[in-house]
Design a protein around this ligand. Structure first.
Ligand code: RB5
Length: 153
């Protein structure tokens, strides 16, 4: 069965999202596009919440989020338990976000990088495995952060 990927964007990234979606479908992925569906102004927050909540619930193993800079989407997505959203604009960070961080959402900025690089990053991200080992231990520590211990010790 084709791997399912959930993708979302805001108005600033509508065109890039369409290119990424077409690229993924061409590559055999089953893409769930939650919008935006045109270039009319929307709040990136709403789309970030949709994608991140689905990944957080385990309904999708991986997601892609794109806004103008990628910053808003990554701030939103990383609020969700179990989500490891990586804002990437270069190949090295993209590779490391998988190898060391086991990122489950790739975030990009459509006003920061061009379409050619974005497609290359998506392809690389999807094909780079997590290394596990010492990195797994660090991810576990993230999941174990207890805000109550930090703010009311
Ligand atoms: C929209 O103008 C822009 O603020 C948004 O796409 C994103 O860059 C937010 O972080």
């Amino acid at each position: 069965m084709a791997e399912q990927i959930i993708i979302g964007c805001d108005h600033a990234a509508f065109e890039m999202k369409e290119s990424v979606k077409a690229f993924l479908i061409e590559d055999g992925y089953d893409v769930n596009d939650i919008g935006a569906f045109n270039g009319e102004s929307v709040d990136y927050t709403d789309f970030g919440i949709k994608v991140a909540s689905e990944v957080s619930r385990g309904n999708f193993y991986r997601g892609v989020l794109i806004c103008g800079t990628g910053i808003g989407m990554s701030i939103v997505a990383n609020r969700f338990p179990g989500v490891r959203a990586a804002l990437c604009g270069d190949l090295f960070s993209t590779i490391m976000s998988r190898r060391h961080n086991d990122a489950n959402i790739l975030v990009m900025g459509a006003r920061v990088i061009g379409e050619g690089l974005a497609l290359e990053l998506v392809k690389t991200w999807l094909n780079t495995p997590f290394e596990g080992g010492r990195h797994q231990k660090r991810l576990k520590k993230i999941d174990q952060i207890n805000m109550k211990d930090i703010y009311s010790p």
